[in-house]
Design a protein around this ligand. Structure first.
Ligand code: ADP
Ligand code: MG
Length: 325
């Protein structure tokens, strides 16, 4: 019971929708609804860089898919199917059982069946690459370049907890088991609002998911859309545990902390009430945090209107060795 094929069938073979072909042949086959475009995204998680070797395999399976679903929702696309590429140092059945359980549970929850992948041996640590396919009506995707000056800036969910949990785990913050217990779910079991993105089509002008930190990710929208923005720190949806930390620490986590997997989007003021109602209907916290402006630059002000100096703008693989993305 340990050939590569048995292993794939046991842990990753799953039923697919009628008329499709899942794992087992040279290609998977799937159908895309008429009038839709295929939205495609892929993300790799590397042991030691994106996750700690001691991470629970269930959590890892969940997160490997969740970070990809986050990209689909940021595009306004509905999950359609996914592919899983695994490079493993060896066959560890406990690990595989946990990983596949976490993966499939979330795949089922958000309606994104696994239709294929690749499995290979790794000479070093575990490497997990997930590719997601989504569906979006042609021309209706929420791109980064659609923001206009005078838009409201909105955020879904809450900010800061994942960053605090990560910094506790890697020893950048003094050990605090209680704080870790109350923040680690945000880091290890992120749940992107996969129904929100599609519901924002036709309402939002531009959207992005917050994977590398609010300032950096909103910065991408602003650069692509050729505008600036003004945010009020006091308006930001700060996770309750983070709000209780010393101000500088909290600000760093809220403005620069990654791994959030919630949406930052812009929308015209005329859509304010509709969007607020959408958040209530979907039971997703939606917060209006500022405005886009003509020109460039991103300014965050405190309650007295003074600009907040940001020490850590977000994570960049090739510039900043201080984070994990
Ligand atoms: P090939 O040699 O044609 O690339 P593989 O031996 O790599 O085929 O894979 C056999 C089948 O198992 C394919 O349909 C592939 O999509 C599927 N598969 C392999 N690894 C995984 C995985 N980790 N998860 C899901 N399906 C997988
Ligand atoms: Mg292959």
């Amino acid at each position: 019971m340990s050939s590569e094929f048995d292993l794939i069938a046991r842990y990753f073979g799953r039923p697919v929708p009628p008329g499709w072909l899942g794992a087992g042949d040279d290609c998977a086959l799937l159908s895309v609804a008429a009038g839709c475009q295929l939205a495609v995204s892929t993300d790799t998680l590397l042991e030691g860089r994106h996750f700690l070797a001691r991470t629970r395999p269930e959590d890892l399976g969940h997160k490997a898919l969740a970070v990809n679903i986050s990209d689909l929702t940021a595009m306004g696309a509905r999950p359609l199917a996914c592919l899983l590429n695994l490079a493993l140092p060896g066959v560890d059945h406990d690990w595989l059982a946990g990983f596949s359980q976490g993966f499939h549970a979330f795949a089922q929850r958000c309606g994104c069946p696994l239709i294929g992948g690749d499995t290979t041996r790794s000479e070093s640590g575990v490497m997990i690459t997930v590719t997601v396919l989504g569906e979006v009506p042609s021309g209706a995707a929420l791109r980064r370049d659609g923001a206009r000056p005078g838009d409201d800036v909105w955020i879904s969910g809450e900010l800061g907890a994942a960053d605090v949990a990560l910094r506790l785990l890697i020893g950048q913050l003094p050990a605090d088991d209680g704080l870790l217990a109350r923040t680690r779910e945000a880091l290890e079991r992120p749940v992107p609002p996969w129904e929100l993105g599609p519901a924002l089509r036709g309402l939002a002008h531009a959207a992005i998911d917050i994977s590398d930190g609010l300032l950096q990710d909103l910065g991408h929208i602003l650069a692509a859309s050729d505008c600036g923005a003004h945010l009020e720190y006091a308006a930001l949806p700060v996770h309750a545990e983070v709000a209780g930390l010393p101000a500088e620490l909290a600000q760093d986590a809220v403005l620069g902390g990654g791994d959030v997997y919630q949406l930052c989007f812009t929308a015209p003021e005329s859509r304010r009430d509709t969007i607020a109602q959408l958040g209530r209907d979907m039971d997703v916290r939606l917060t209006r945090v500022g405005r886009t402006v003509a020109g460039s630059g991103l300014c965050v002000t405190d309650a007295r209107g003074a600009a907040i100096a940001v020490r850590r703008a977000g994570f960049d693989h090739f510039q900043d060795e201080g984070g994990q993305h």
